[in-house]
Write a protein that binds this ligand. Structure first.
Ligand code: NDP
Length: 453
């Protein structure tokens, strides 16, 4: 079929989706990125097309929306909205993180749940896709306020999740502290100790390497991409955005493997340290962000480097860029700046950090571009390993979990090359197409087998 006909078909599909999901730009964007690859693919796989698999995959199984009422330290009643999007459980129980951030909307959670379905399929583990969260801002709240919020949130959510039903984990604004409060309340209400959440503390069923997994996995994926070009990480200058869980462990692994990390950021701006962030400086940031809950600008004061208020780090020349903060943090201009600065690879730790325009620019320039659903799948992969350990009632060593993580990231990379390359070992790989098709096929085959559901 000529390209123009595909364009028309994609346009028609998207018009229907936009009509059914008005005012949801992030969800529409995530589906558009997938539809561009799946609709042409379906021409050679008419069984998927005839069964309307893509259309069914863009409709969540269900969405649960609920009130979260809680009391702040002054005794004022506060109200937030909680949501869980159970997107697709064709290949396993629903699985996906919980995000607490004022920017959380239904559109954001639907995009994340949709992407999660593909990502979880790519890990090769039996996990369906889901996402949840609330428009709650943990920043500036006391521990007790966060605890009361988490308990109220879980009081409702606990009816809808479980170790064989839906297994939430952390995401933006939900780290070890929040997962602990959430799991404590789940255990109390349901009177059962099961692996109904992942990212738990080591004392109560957590897995070694889960905290580090998304960042480490992202670097392992970058290493696979470079190795295919007979290149490596050593000596590469890297820019990273964010200074949360994913950013910090991406930085740690890059430093360990001999790369030079020159930026980190938060929502107020970025720091540029041309000498490179070494292990000692990284320990300082980790304490600053996870214990003191401070701002990244304090790093600039501590180490005498530049802080760029309200800016993103993409104008800083680099070999490799790792967006690890949030969605749509690289637009067309940022992509141009990165390309002008000589970037050779963009590897996404965050979910959907690049706009569709930016992705197009990277692909036109034929640089290595590792999309989030492949590159950041290490987090959920180790969550899957945490579930396995919980079910077996044992704990694997750090080395064992890390070995399995490396193996899974290599398998994800191989699937992307299989579906996104043209079979020639030296050819350009379209990792977006590779990840989309590989993630789709497994879920689609299961859906076909179930009949019309
Ligand atoms: P954290 O809450 O630990 O850190 C988020 C970081 O991003 C912080 O530095 C935060 O700055 C910054 N940030 C958040 N929102 C914005 C914004 N609107 N503009 C600029 N900066 C922002 O979250 P994670 O590290 O867990 O998550 C980061 C990304 O990685 C997200 O896209 C998430 O979905 C994705 N991800 C996370 C996984 C995990 O295992 N945690 C797994 C797979 C993907 P500030 O401190 O100022 O808010």
């Amino acid at each position: 079929m000529p390209v123009a006909s595909f364009d028309k078909e994609i346009e028609g599909f998207m018009a229907g989706l936009v009509k059914r999901n008005p005012g949801e730009p992030e969800f529409q964007q995530a589906v558009h990125e997938v539809a561009q690859d799946i609709i042409p693919f379906e021409i050679d796989h008419l069984d998927y097309k005839d069964a309307h698999i893509l259309e069914r995959m863009t409709e969540p199984d269900r969405i649960i929306i609920f009130r979260v009422a809680w009391e702040d330290d002054q005794g004022n009643v506060r109200v937030n909205r909680g949501t869980r999007v159970q997107f697709n459980n064709a290949i396993g129980p629903y699985k996906g993180g919980i995000r607490f951030h004022p920017s959380v909307t239904l559109s954001v959670l639907k995009f994340l749940g949709f992407e999660q379905t593909f990502k979880n399929s790519l890990t090769t583990l039996p996990m369906g896709g889901a996402k949840g969260g609330a428009n709650f801002n943990p920043k500036g709240k006391s521990d007790r306020e966060v605890m009361r919020f988490c308990q109220s949130f879980m009081t409702e959510l606990s009816r809808h999740i479980g170790a064989t039903v839906d297994i939430p984990a952390g995401d933006i604004g939900v780290g070890a502290r929040e997962v602990s409060y959430l799991f404590g309340q789940y255990k109390r209400i349901r009177n059962e100790f099961t692996g109904a959440l992942t990212g738990k503390g080591l004392a109560f069923g957590g897995s070694l390497i889960r905290t580090e997994a998304t960042g480490y996995g992202c670097v392992y994926f970058a290493r696979e991409m470079l190795a295919r070009r007979s290149d490596g990480l050593r000596g590469k200058t890297c820019t990273i955005s964010g200074s949360g869980n994913v950013a910090l462990y991406t930085a740690q692994k890059l430093i360990e493997l001999g790369a030079k990390v020159v930026t980190l950021s938060d929502s107020s701006g970025f720091v540029h340290d041309p000498d490179g962030i070494d292990e000692e400086k990284l320990r300082y940031v980790t304490d600053l962000k996870t214990v003191q809950r401070g701002r990244i600008s304090e790093y600039a004061n501590a180490y005498g480097c530049e802080f760029h208020q309200g800016k993103r780090p993409w104008n800083v020349p680099c070999d490799l860029a790792f967006p690890c903060a949030t969605q749509n943090e690289i637009d067309r201009d940022d992509a141009s700046a990165l390309l002008k600065g000589g970037v050779q690879a963009v590897v996404e730790g965050a979910n959907m950090p690049s706009s569709l325009d930016a992705i197009q620019a990277f692909q036109n320039a034929r640089i290595l571009y590792g999309p989030s659903k492949a590159a950041n799948a290490g987090g959920v992969a180790v969550s899957g390993l945490e579930q396995t350990q919980n079910a077996m009632r044992l704990s694997w060593s750090r080395e064992e979990v890390d070995r399995q993580l490396r193996e899974i990231m290599a398998k994800i990379h191989a699937q992307c090359v299989h579906w996104g390359g043209d079979g020639d070992t030296n050819s350009y790989v379209n990792y977006v197409r590779g990840a989309n098709i590989a993630g789709f096929v497994k879920v689609a085959d299961a859906m076909l087998a179930y009949g019309v559901l």
